[in-house]
Design a protein around this ligand. Structure first.
Ligand code: GDP
Length: 465
């Protein structure tokens, strides 16, 4: 990324809308915008505009006046990127915004790369890398709780927590170094118990962050969900309940749902990325080839899914297919839905069915997929199962796989340091592991982030952010 360049991009989503905002950032932002934008009021100029002010005017392309424009001015370093920034609002739809971008490029601007504005903010010290990742998570959040979690990270809660851990480790490491390297200086000895206690405290704090990652990720990004069951148990009906309209074709004929249907639906605070399945059934030698492929895909999805909803007909004796499904759900984040409760199944049969299924499922839930009142019940059960009901959105949380990997590396290095003490290996060994942990934490916060890391983080951003 070349900070000498002045970049421009559309900041609002493409498509029809009230307004479109084009953002310009860089050392020549004012100079270049002045070539494109003409203020309406006599005597006003772009060059003379102060930060945090707005100006009405129009923009021109190749000498032709095109659209009324509002320019919003920011002066370095008081802007999102820390550079001179001007935001230009024109009428929505893509024509005006594209013409404005063309005019800006003719004036010398370069189109911004994905996430380039936020990357500039990081490079210019306006925000940390973890905060930049939080920006992306806010944009991508699937629900209010997920957005709140990302906002907490944007406010710097994670950066603060990591800094506290780093400060503790730094003083520990300074003490160890002084003690090992300058034995003649009479540095007080660090008692092994003291060292282990300090290492354990840091490890526990990292453990807490790592343990909370899964539920936080579900709130921020949603969860891949597989819907399973033999034909006619009510999978399509359940899908329609979730989707709120007739997405899947519901018929009383077995095997109409042939393929894996993908659809995102909101269940309370959680976005479910749904995969409806071919009706799961035995396929013999002369079985239907298309359906067999559908079933194979369902099984594969089951392995990868963050949530499995397995549907059974309440009170009906478990068939071989039912048992095969249940067996595959063991150890997975799976919920057994005992559907068609409105048909009032025999209580003894229901109890037997529940008892048979319970060992294979995290939760067994009686339900009537046909009844919209079932939705909040299902929502609460899923939130409980995935741990999202217990997430404190005001607390520090890891919000990317990159952060999780770095935190895990730091935690493992601390565990190795603690181990070395338990084995009586002396302070040198602890010092080496401690240095590893510090490196991993510096990678997490972005202090030590390489160009390659920054490239990777920002490649997932949208252009214009
Ligand atoms: P799928 O093959 O598993 O997708 O099952 P469908 O959703 O197509 O449902 C099969 C039949 O069961 C249809 O006639 C549905 O109307 C019916 N059904 C589904 N859910 C319920 C329910 O909660 N109560 C009752 N009484 N019938 C249901």
């Amino acid at each position: 990324m070349n900070l000498d360049r002045t970049v421009c991009a559309l900041a609002t989503p493409p498509g029809t809308g009230g307004i479109a905002v084009v953002r310009v950032s860089g050392p020549q932002a004012y100079e270049m915008v002045a070539k494109v934008f003409t203020p309406r009021a006599a005597g006003k100029t772009v060059a003379g505009a102060r930060g945090y002010t707005a100006m009405l005017g129009h923009f021109s392309l190749r000498g032709q006046e095109l659209d009324e424009t509002i320019a919003l001015f920011f002066r370095a370093p008081h802007s999102y990127t820390g550079e001179d920034v001007i935001e230009l609002s024109v009428h929505g739809g893509s024509v005006m915004a594209e013409s404005l971008l063309e005019a800006l490029c003719l004036a010398g601007c370069t189109p911004a790369g994905p996430g380039e504005f936020t990357r500039r903010a990081v490079v210019n010290g306006r925000m940390s890398l973890t905060q930049a990742e939080a920006v992306m998570e806010i944009i991508a959040a699937g629900g209010r709780q997920g957005a709140a979690l990302a906002k907490t990270a944007l406010d710097g809660a994670l950066a603060r927590t990591i800094r506290e851990i780093q400060t503790g480790l730094q003083s520990l490491s300074a003490h160890l170094t002084a003690w090992i390297d300058y034995p003649e200086e009479d540095v007080p000895e660090l008692q092994p118990a003291e060292l282990t206690a300090a290492l354990t405290e840091a490890r526990t704090r990292l453990d807490r962050l790592i343990d909370g990652y899964g539920a936080g990720a579900v709130l921020r990004r949603g969860v891949d969900c597989v819907l399973l069951g033999r034909p006619n148990v009510g999978k399509s009906t359940l899908l329609n309940l979730l989707a709120g309209f007739d997405r899947a074709i519901v018929t009383p004929v077995a095997g109409t749902t042939r393929d894996v249907v993908e659809q995102a639906v909101q269940l309370g605070e959680i976005r479910l990325n749904l995969f409806d399945t071919a009706g799961v059934r035995e396929v013999g030698e002369d079985g239907d080839a298309i359906e067999a492929e559908g079933i194979r895909r369902s099984w594969r999805k089951l392995e990868e899914a963050g949530l499995v909803l397995a549907v059974f007909e309440a009170g009906a004796p478990l068939t071989e297919e039912d048992r095969a499904i249940a067996a595959r759900c063991q150890g997975r984040p799976a919920l057994a839905v005992l559907n068609k409760q409105d048909l009032q199944p025999d209580p003894a049969a229901l109890a037997a069915q529940e008892a048979a299924l319970r060992p294979c499922f995290a939760r067994v839930l009686p339900l009537t997929a046909r009844d919209p009142a079932s939705l909040p019940v299902l929502s609460a059960a899923v939130a409980e199962l995935l741990g999202t009901a217990r997430v404190d959105t005001g607390a520090a949380a890891l919000c990317s796989a990159r952060q999780l990997a770095a935190a895990t590396a730091a935690r493992d290095a601390l565990a190795a340091a603690i181990d070395s003490q338990a084995q009586g290996l002396g302070p040198d060994a602890a010092g080496v592991c401690l240095a590893d942990a510090q490196r991993a934490l510096a990678e997490l916060t972005g202090e030590d982030a390489t160009e390659a890391t920054l490239d990777e983080v920002f490649s997932t951003f949208c252009v214009g952010k």
